[in-house]
Design a protein around this ligand. Structure first.
Ligand code: 5AD
Ligand code: SF4
Length: 461
């Protein structure tokens, strides 16, 4: 059946089942920005089918959980939340429950849903969002459960409608999937091989977003630095950035995530020379010890990482750096973990995303010996947080008194404060009125607590 027909027919069938005048959907998102962006597509498709949206499951005709598989905690939460819908489904049998995203691309998880959660009607994988109308139509017209998975696709689907959550900042995916196979990571298994969008398609969406009034565009990919390698006419990520930066206007570009193995000096040069690219870089190093890095299959050393950071700082003295870290990788010793702590002290990050290692079925690390008990790893984790706190306290005063260009995103009525982000991606609050949302305001920083800033606007005549 034609796609448009499915949109219409599935929409009609949903409208008949709906409790209210129009079918209502809840879309819950777990995990990273890529999932946030995927959920915006899911909402875009549902809106086209005639859905409105709510945050209240008791009012919903359709509930979709867009799941994350990166650590087991995220998975437990999903099982808990799907389990909580059992009674609601009994009260409203016409309500449909769907689960999608990274978790569903794992065979054993899809099986668990099939067996233990019989009231889930639809399961679909990360690369099948565009097929939502067809899949819903099948569920609705046959009354049978539908399971579709497909991480192995080579396709890049364009033209999926998007209903964006925000008005000032927009996500723009430049590449899908990941080929790195870091030994701890499930992502390549659940999101499939690397596929880049055509540069022209990225640029067109970028221009559209600016025309719609977006002021901050965040380019997304599991590893943006390997963008364009597999295109018929290869384009490097640095080159893509250069092209986007040349589009005129008053706006900002950010991007994530950069893999230190693929981040280039050219990238730093383009950032330093650009007009619109923020001097802020999320560059996960994961572990500070070379043996552990090798076991993780990261493809760089501590020394190479430090060289990159040094080059970035030379070119952009104002750059802010953030990182992801895994504590307690299988076989990591306390001495090796100390190399992570020392790297944190040495670099001075504005924020860290620290995780206890979590074994993921099917990854290489899951089969490795993991002798250090959980309680001990938790102590290491606390030690790392303490080191980071000390470092931020040490670094933070440097920002006091400086003038930061803040993009205003929200007005908090209760506190009477505007909230936005500095170029370095730090939150900054200051007083002002809601009419400033969406504008850039120069703010003098008067307070800084763990990199959360307060300031006073510098009023221009
Ligand atoms: N256990 C713990 N943390 C993990 N991450 C990825 N896989 C795992 C895992 N198995 C972390 C990495 C990555 C971030 C998104 O999640 O630090 O950069
Ligand atoms: Fe994002 Fe990875 Fe979680 Fe998937 S598994 S939602 S790609 S963090």
């Amino acid at each position: 059946m034609q796609e448009e027909q499915c949109v219409e027919l599935a929409g009609q069938l949903m409208a008949v089942r709906a409790r209210g005048a129009v079918p209502m959907a809840v879309v819950r998102t777990y995990g990273c920005q890529q999932n946030v962006s995927d959920s915006e597509k899911i909402r875009g498709i549902l809106a086209q089918m005639g859905f409105s949206f709510t945050d209240d499951e008791t009012k919903a005709d359709l509930v979709i959980f867009n799941t994350c598989a990166v650590r087991e905690n995220a998975e437990y939460r999903v099982y808990g939340n799907v389990g909580n819908l059992k009674n609601l489904k009994r009260e409203h049998p016409a309500m449909l429950i769907a689960v999608c995203g990274c978790m569903m691309e794992q065979e054993h998880v899809a099986e668990k849903i099939r067996k233990s959660y019989p009231y889930v009607s639809l399961v679909f994988g990360t690369n099948l969002i565009h097929r939502l109308p067809q899949m819903l139509y099948r569920v609705l017209s046959t009354g049978k459960r539908v399971f579709e998975r497909g991480a192995e696709t080579k396709e890049v689907i364009e033209g999926v409608p998007v209903l964006r959550d925000r008005e000032i900042r927009a996500w723009l995916t430049v590449m899908y999937g990941c080929d790195n196979f870091c030994s701890y990571c499930i992502v390549p298994h659940v999101r499939g091989r690397e596929r880049s969008r055509q540069a022209a398609a990225v640029e067109e969406e970028f221009r559209q977003l600016l025309a719609q009034g977006y002021r901050e565009i965040v380019l997304l990919g599991q590893n943006v630095n390997s963008y364009g390698k597999n295109l018929e006419q290869p384009v490097s990520f640095a080159e893509l950035l250069r092209r986007l930066d040349a589009v005129p206007g008053d706006y900002r570009i950010r991007f994530m995530t950069s893999h230190p193995k693929d981040a280039t000096y050219e990238l730093m040069d383009v950032m330093a020379q650009s007009k619109h690219i923020c001097h802020s870089l999320h560059l996960p190093f994961q572990a500070g010890n070379n043996r552990v890095l090798r076991e993780m299959n990261r493809g760089y050393t501590r020394e190479k990482y430090l060289e990159l950071v040094q080059y970035a700082r030379e070119k952009m003295p104002d750059i802010t750096l953030t990182s992801d870290i895994i504590v307690g990788f299988p076989g990591e010793t306390y001495e090796e973990f100390q190399d992570t702590v020392s790297l944190v002290r040495q670099v001075g990050f504005t924020a860290l995303f620290t995780f206890l290692y979590s074994p993921r079925t099917g990854t290489r690390a899951a089969a490795m010996d993991d002798p250090v008990p959980h309680e001990e790893k938790s102590r290491w984790f606390q030690e790392l947080l303490a080191a980071q706190e000390e470092t931020s306290e040490k670094n933070s005063p440097g920002i006091l008194g400086t003038v930061q260009r803040v993009l205003v995103e929200e007005y908090n009525e209760k506190r009477g404060l505007l909230a936005g982000k500095t170029e370095g991606n730090l939150n900054c609050d200051f007083s002002g009125d809601a009419s400033l949302i969406g504008s850039f305001v120069d703010v003098r920083v008067t307070e800084s607590h763990n990199w959360v800033l307060k300031g006073e606007p510098i009023l221009t005549k």
